[in-house]
Design a protein around this ligand. Structure first.
Ligand code: HDD
Length: 706
């Protein structure tokens, strides 16, 4: 090409390019520009000297594009790196003016916008959702008096009592330093080494080894503020408060085998579930509850309210529902919102204050500090997702990423700016944060309070409160995790700790590890708190539960439609699966649309299974290993299964125990065998409300519960 010849336009070269031209040419309003707003003619070819010549530095669009790309990543969160967010609102049921002057808790029904981020703790940003881990449950309330962050978890307790131990704990639970394994898992040497030497973790470990650590959905797990906080009323009077979120759909979990398979089949299992529910208008809902304790009762418990490894049993102080939160909008841009959201336990508003919980006190330092490195400077509160709806008027100036063109002086006191921005006067009573005036006195000491030293009673409380299948799952989880630990010494030490929780637990875990059962500690208590068992935390109905229908040519289409009609009436989501997408034909040539090709899905992605009748179809399914495995796994994971007519043959093909097939107790085990769709539909709905059937023959390891 001679100099002065215009560059070829995109699409000038060949027919394929010409076809793609319609995606390239844009009306002016959609036009591609540089960061400076200059329109760009070609973003596919760098500017070069001659068609086959070197690329020119002069090409500012090319350099800008690549430079920006090179800087797209920011450091992931040091913990809770993997998360999913959503917007919504909170509205109180009643005024809480009796206890707190927090503006957003004064008026029944007045909505406060929120952003919530759910997360796992251990794994990096790209790790799987269904790992065994605590889930973060962090809520930012954009109140009229400033942002309030409730940065909680789905467990009500924590691993450690003092924040100074947090780096130790995180170093232990994160991947091992040499191999960076395992990803998203606590089942490794360093974690259990740390915990075995750190008995204050024992209560938290009980939660972590329970099915609470593998929630079915972010929409089906509780949230807890964990610490004891303080409400402060308009007169400055304080009341201790613990925060609880309860999901409307009930608390439901996966089982461990299912969670592990799901991590491969769909690493975004929980993220997708949240996203799709909101997209389809099934807005997740949680009730906020509080446990209130008068200051005079601070010492009324057999544990310290300031100890974050303890709960206040709900039977002792009931949870009072105070409002509800609805999540009704997905973020528009994951990075801008879910990644850049910055939570901070010290983001409080008038009416909500801290206690001297040493874990909370340390957190109040850490969150602001971590945002500085993660978000690159002190102006992150100006990012859209972090920006308060309340007016902001500070003397802070400059810094990386300053978005505001500020005017005027920036010191206090001043006379030149008329004293602005001014302090709230002593007479101002509303909307001003005044720290709670707690009387403190003491020596400067590095000690743990004596009142923090009972590390086992509440671990025992948790164990005693579990149903038999929940206990079995706890035992199996300990066996699994400690089974991945190479050091016999660590295993023994850990089992020794469990002997302080309960003899049944330590003996069962020891047996699984081939260790002798340790002598149970003396004085183990028999107390229990029924509110801790998932058996007592069910929701109502089957909204958004996913049901798979296995189909093939010859499927009884009418029966499918009958059961589907009943399930969708209840809000369940039904999908027809067959070997290929498209459709299958019924025995009388009716057409049934196939929603998903069976090879792209798996039983772990559904809550329940229907195998309709139809001789030819059932024969095809019995010859398909993927279909047989679907049934076998659904059974093993405790999921409701309904089979109609010939469909029952699939149960035998999946080798369900004879006692279920012939024993007449199948329906009690959530296996509904029937002739005619009408007959099975209602029972199926009822079984789905039950979520899982853990007492099925062959499901519980008999050694794990006695
Ligand atoms: Fe933390 C993030 C919850 C103790 C230091 N934490 C973080 C998140 C949640 C929690 C939900 C993710 C927030 C988000 O989605 O962006 N953390 C807890 C709970 C704790 C707790 C419930 C105990 C009751 N955390 C804790 C301690 C420290 C930290 C004791 C430090 C001394 N946590 C952090 C952090 C993180 C964080 C390093 C990482 C990313 C971030 O803050 O923004 O500052």
């Amino acid at each position: 090409m001679t100099s002065g010849t215009p560059n070829p336009r995109p699409g000038e070269h060949d027919e394929k390019d010409r076809q793609l031209d319609r995606f390239r040419a844009a009306p002016e309003s959609d036009a591609l520009t540089t960061d400076q707003g200059v329109r760009v003619d070609d973003t596919d070819n760098a500017l070069r000297a001659g068609e086959r010549g070197p690329t020119l530095l002069e090409d500012f669009h090319n350099r800008e594009k690549i430079t920006h790309f090179d800087h797209e990543r920011i450091p992931e969160r040091v913990v809770h790196a993997r998360g999913s967010g959503a917007y919504g609102y909170f509205e109180p049921y009643e005024s809480l003016a009796e206890y707190t002057c927090a503006d957003f808790l004064q008026e029944p029904g007045r909505r406060t916008p929120v952003f919530v981020r759910f997360s796992t703790v251990q794994g990096p940003r790209g790790s799987a959702d269904t790992v065994r881990d605590v889930r973060g449950f962090a809520t930012k309330f954009y109140t009229r008096q400033g942002n309030y962050d409730l940065v909680g978890n789905n467990f009500p307790v924590f691993f450690i009592q003092d924040a100074i131990k947090f780096p130790d704990f995180v170093h232990a639970v994160k991947m091992e330093p040499d191999s960076e394994m395992p990803t998203g898992a606590s089942a490794h040497n360093t974690f259990w080494d740390f915990c075995s030497l750190q008995p204050e973790s024992t209560h938290m470990l009980m939660w972590l080894m329970s099915d609470r650590a593998i929630p079915r959905s972010f929409r089906m797990m509780q949230g807890f503020g964990v610490h004891t906080f303080r409400f402060v009323d308009a007169e400055g009077r304080g009341t201790f408060v613990k925060f609880h979120w309860k999901p409307r759909l009930g608390v439901n979990s996966l089982v461990w085998d299912e969670a592990q398979i799901a991590a491969g089949r769909d690493p975004d299992f929980n993220r997708r579930d949240l996203w799709e529910a909101i997209e389809s208008g099934d807005f997740p809902e949680y009730e906020l509850g509080v446990q209130l304790v008068a200051e005079k009762d601070e010492d009324a418990f057999d544990f310290d309210l300031l100890d974050a490894t303890k709960i206040i049993p709900e039977e002792q102080v009931p949870v009072r529902p105070i409002g509800r939160m609805v999540l009704d909008r997905n973020p528009q841009n994951f990075f801008a919102e879910t990644e850049q959201v910055a939570f901070h336990t010290a983001n409080v508003v008038p009416g909500i204050d801290f206690t001297n919980d040493p874990l909370l006190q340390g957190r109040n330092f850490s969150y602001l500090d971590t945002q500085l490195i993660r978000l690159g400077g002190p102006n992150f509160a100006q990012l859209p997702v972090n920006r308060p709806i309340a007016d902001v008027n500070t003397n802070h100036r400059d810094g990386y990423g300053q978005q505001v063109i500020q005017s005027g002086d920036s010191y206090f006191p001043n006379s030149l700016s008329g004293g602005c921005p001014a302090h709230a006067g002593a007479a101002d009573t509303t909307g001003v944060f005044r720290h709670y005036q707690e009387r403190v006195a003491g020596e400067k000491v590095r000690v743990r309070s004596e009142s923090f030293k009972d590390h086992y009673s509440q671990a025992t409380l948790f164990w005693n409160s579990m149903s038999d299948w929940e206990k079995a799952h706890v035992v199996e989880a300990f066996r699994f995790e400690l089974g991945k630990v190479g050091s016999t010494e660590v295993r023994e030490r850990m089992v020794g700790n469990l002997a302080h929780v309960h003899g049944d637990l330590s003996a069962a875990v020891a047996a699984g590890l081939g260790l002798p059962a340790p002598q149970p500690a003396s004085g183990i208590r028999t107390h229990a708190s029924p509110a801790l068992s998932q058996e007592n935390l069910g929701g109502h109905g089957i909204r958004t539960r996913k049901v798979a229908v296995l189909a093939a040519d010859g499927t009884d289409v009418e029966d499918v439609e009958t059961v589907r009609g009943r399930l969708t009436e209840e809000g369940a989501l039904v999908e027809v699966l067959a070997a290929d997408e498209g459709s299958v034909h019924g025995a009388d040539s009716e057409v049934l649309k196939v929603d998903r090709a069976l090879p792209t899905m798996a039983s772990v992605l559904y809550d329940a299974l229907l195998v309709p009748g139809g001789k030819q179809a059932v024969q095809t399914l019995m010859d398909d290993p993927a279909a047989v495995r679907f049934v076998e796994e659904s059974y093993r994971h405790g999921k409701p299964i309904a089979v109609e007519g010939d469909g029952a043959q699939m149960l035998a093909a999946a080798r369900l125990p004879a006692e279920v097939l012939n024993g007449g107790s199948a329906a009690e085990q959530g296996v509904i065998i029937g002739d005619g769709a009408e007959g099975i539909a209602d029972t199926f709905v009822g079984a789905m409300e039950h979520h899982r059937f853990m007492h099925r023959p062959g499901l519980l390891n008999p050694g794990a519960i006695d």
